[in-house]
Design a protein around this ligand. Structure first.
Ligand SMILES: [Ca+2]
Length: 155
């Protein structure tokens, strides 16, 4: 009887843990593509792969993007992600989601960014830099060709 009770308890706990994991694991998959591209080329490419230029809405998603970057053969590449303030300076929007980065939403800017350096930095990049700056975000010129881009795919 005691053995049955213990087994039942273990089973219930196992299913409960599985449910919690299913609820907390983000359902977005990310792909880092090494292909020199402007923001707009990157946007089109992700779209044509049935995804969107990456949005990053949580620390969990940030870690998945860092994992995707670490899988490429360039350990220090800089990629476009899908944030832009084109059309209204300072109002950042995830274009793949049509959603503004309101106050309080997750961000991972490098200290001092976004700084709109030179007055023409309207698109977000993420760097696979080493150390502290790894995975930090920076606003950069949309027409600059970065090393690549990150696509997101909703499961
Ligand atoms: Ca900047």
């Amino acid at each position: 009887m005691a053995v049955k009770f213990i087994l039942l308890t273990v089973c219930v706990a196992f299913f409960a843990i599985n449910r919690i994991e299913a609820a907390t694991v983000p359902r977005t998959k990310y792909l880092a593509v090494l292909q020199p591209s402007t923001f707009f080329e990157a946007w089109q490419e992700c779209n044509s792969k049935n995804g969107h230029l990456a949005s990053i809405e949580s620390r969990q998603e940030q870690l998945l993007v860092e994992e995707a970057m670490s899988k490429t053969r360039n350990p220090t590449a800089v990629y476009f992600i899908g944030g832009t303030d084109l059309g209204r300076r300072g109002r950042w929007v995830w274009i793949g989601l049509n959603q503004a980065l309101e106050d309080g939403t997750y961000t991972n800017y490098y200290p001092g960014e976004p700084n709109n350096l030179g007055g023409d930095q309207d698109c977000l990049s993420i760097g696979n830099w080493q150390g502290y700056s790894r995975g930090k975000w920076d606003d950069t010129e949309c027409f600059k060709k970065l090393d690549g881009y990150i696509c997101a795919f909703r499961a």
